[in-house]
Design a binder for this molecule. Structure first.
Ligand SMILES: *Cc1c(COP(=O)(O)O)cnc(C)c1O
Length: 230
């Protein structure tokens, strides 16, 4: 059966509102990123008709084909790993590059942004669980590289993102969300580095992420159903 995208969106939004309320956060503290990877433009259009304007894609190649097919008023975040040879198109397609995971990548973004006359917005990906399979700064490494990061002055670092380990229960993710928030608080305190955004929470655990301070949740399956095979 085809998923009812309008209905799913409504229920995800209601869940976010309820979690905001329950945790004493002002309504509208959290933005929903609808993750459309593997889904064709006509599926994205159904979400647009249901009032969704902010979307996430994880591959530059796929986004490059899809985004021009869709209304220009849509906003796109890159939520996957960015290869350095894709920076130029990524900066042209995406409003925010989530998942900047090394100083080398940040410096390349800085250089290419200079060529293009852009001031890109990014989040830094933190490997909170220390998984060798995941991209991201280890907290130690990020702490030791804050100076270098702040030198990339064209790039606006707006916060942190994380992808906790896949787990059977949303409660398993809570401690990683707490870690990401506390790590952000520490960076703000020690380095006076404002990092207002926390991108955390996916279909399985976004309600917990909202309770723990997410400002962006990235939700795909709960809106669009199972992803299509590539
Ligand atoms: C695919 C993806 C999501 C969405 O995952 P769902 O479980 O389908 O909600 C969120 N974040 C990232 C980085 C992703 O790659």
């Amino acid at each position: 059966m085809e998923p009812n995208i309008a209905e799913n969106l409504e229920s995800v939004r209601a869940g976010i509102n309820e979690s905001e309320r329950r945790s004493g956060r002002p309504a509208g503290s959290v933005e929903l990123i609808a993750v459309t990877k593997t889904h064709p433009p006509e599926v994205v259009r159904q979400a647009v008709e249901a009032g969704q304007l902010l979307f996430g894609e994880n591959r530059v190649q796929e986004a490059k084909a899809k985004i021009p097919e869709l209304p220009a008023k849509l906003r796109w975040h890159l939520i996957g790993h960015l290869q350095s040879n894709k920076i130029r198109p990524a900066l042209q397609l995406f409003e925010v590059i989530q998942g900047v995971d090394s100083v080398e990548l940040l410096n390349e973004i800085q250089r290419i942004a200079g060529d293009l006359g852009l001031f890109p917005r990014v989040l830094l990906q933190v490997n909170v669980a220390g998984e060798s399979s995941k991209f991201g700064f280890s907290p130690q490494k990020l702490l030791s590289q804050v100076e270098q990061i702040s030198r990339a002055d064209r790039v606006q670092v707006e916060g942190l993102m994380a992808i906790p380990p896949l787990a059977p229960s949303p409660e398993n993710s809570r401690r990683y969300f707490v870690q990401l928030r506390e790590f952000r608080d520490r960076l703000e305190m020690e380095f006076r580095f404002p990092l207002p955004h926390l991108s955390m929470g996916m279909s399985g655990d976004y309600l917990v992420a909202v309770e723990e301070g997410a400002t962006y949740v990235r939700v795909g399956t709960a809106i669009f159903g199972e992803r299509r095979a590539k």
